[in-house]
Design a protein around this ligand. Structure first.
Ligand SMILES: [Zn+2]
Length: 94
């Protein structure tokens, strides 16, 4: 997704502008906080046990609930300096 000037936000780590190191590259991530619903896991596991461990049948016959739910979602912006200093560059081949 391209951005206009008004869409730019400062680096989420250092708070400086995204070009503070003079390098015209920055990184944008979507970070979702996910939570496992223990009750749903127990429900799924219980039905799988009833079906003698056959996961496919348990999913077909049971309610197949969401066992992981999104709790929060936020956008993280990292300038090039912060990306390299936290060694996250290894994820992008930097
Ligand atoms: Zn930064």
């Amino acid at each position: 997704m391209n951005m206009k000037q008004r869409d730019l936000k400062p680096c989420s780590a250092c708070g400086k502008g995204v070009m503070n190191a003079g390098i015209p590259i920055f990184y944008r991530f979507k970070m979702d906080t996910m939570g496992v619903d223990a009750d749903a896991v127990r429900q799924v596991h219980g039905l799988e046990e009833v079906m003698l461990g056959n996961v496919a049948i348990a999913q077909a016959l049971g309610p197949d609930p969401d066992i992981v739910k999104e709790i929060d979602s936020k956008e993280i912006i990292l300038c090039h300096s912060c990306m390299m200093s936290c060694n996250a560059g290894s994820f992008i081949g930097g």
